[in-house]
Ligand binder design. Structure first.
Ligand code: HEC
Length: 179
C-alpha cells in the first residue's frame, strides 16, 4: 500500500515538474518566436501529416462546378494577381520581399507544379487556408465561384488559351511590384 502511494506521488511530482518547466520555458521566451526561425522537424511533420489527412477526408466527391471557359480563366488570372501573386509570384516565379520573409515558404506557383494537383485539393487550400502558415483562408472574402475560378486558373496555368496566357504573362512581377 505504501509502495503504491509512493509510486503515485512520484508520478504526480514528475507531472507537476514537467508542467512547471513548460511554464518557465514559455515565460522565459525559450521557444523561438520570430518568423525567421524554421519550424522544427516535429512541428513540420505534425502539420504536414494532419493537413494531408484532413484534405483527403474533406475533398472526397468535391468537383469544380464551373467550366474552364475563357471568361472564367481570365477572372482567375485577375483574382490571382489581386490576392495571391504577392506571396506566390507572377509568371517569372521570382519571390517578392514578403515571400522571402516567410518561413514555411510560399511556393512560387509558376514553377512548383501546382497544375498537377487535383482541383479539389487546391480549392480546399484556398478556401480554408493552411493553419500555422501564412496561407490565408479566402472563403469569407471570395465567392465560391471565384474560389473555383482561381483554382481553375492554377490547374490550367501551363496550358492556357493564348489570349489568357498573354494576360497571365502580363501580370507584373511580384518581386518588382513592391520596389
Ligand atoms: C500572405 C501570403 C500568402 C497569400 C496572400 C496567399 N498564400 Fe497560398 N500559401 C502561402 C504559404 C506560406 C503556403 C505554404 C503553406 C504550407 O506549405 O503549409 C501557401 C500554400 C498554397 C498552396 C499549396 C501549394 C502547394 O504546392 O502545396 C496553394 C495552392 C495556394 N497557397 C494558393 C493560393 C492562392 C490561390 C492565393 C490567392 C487567392 C494564395 N495562395 C494567397 C502563403 C500565401
Amino acid at each position: 500500500m505504501r509502495n503504491v502511494r509512493g509510486f503515485i506521488n512520484g508520478i504526480v511530482f514528475t507531472v507537476a515538474l514537467l508542467i512547471a518547466a513548460g511554464f518557465v520555458a514559455i515565460y522565459e521566451g525559450v521557444l523561438p518566436a520570430g518568423a525567421e526561425n524554421k519550424p522544427s522537424k516535429i512541428e513540420a511533420w505534425i502539420a504536414r501529416t494532419s493537413l494531408h489527412a484532413t484534405i483527403t477526408r474533406d475533398t472526397k466527391n468535391l468537383t469544380n462546378p464551373l467550366q474552364p471557359t475563357d471568361d472564367n480563366l481570365a477572372a482567375g488570372v485577375k483574382l490571382y494577381g489581386e490576392n495571391c501573386a504577392v506571396c506566390h509570384g507572377a509568371s517569372d516565379g521570382k519571390p517578392s520581399d514578403i515571400a522571402q520573409g516567410l518561413n514555411i515558404k510560399a511556393p512560387q506557383l509558376a514553377t512548383d507544379g501546382v497544375e498537377d494537383d487535383p482541383e479539389s485539393v487546391t480549392y480546399w487550400k484556398i478556401a480554408h487556408g493552411i493553419r500555422f502558415s501564412a496561407m490565408p483562408s479566402f472563403k469569407k472574402t471570395l465567392t465560391d465561384d471565384d474560389l473555383w475560378r482561381v483554382t481553375m486558373f492554377l490547374k490550367h496555368m501551363d496550358k492556357l488559351p493564348p489570349a489568357i496566357d498573354a494576360q497571365w504573362k502580363k501580370l507584373p512581377s511580384a518581386a518588382s511590384q513592391l520596389q
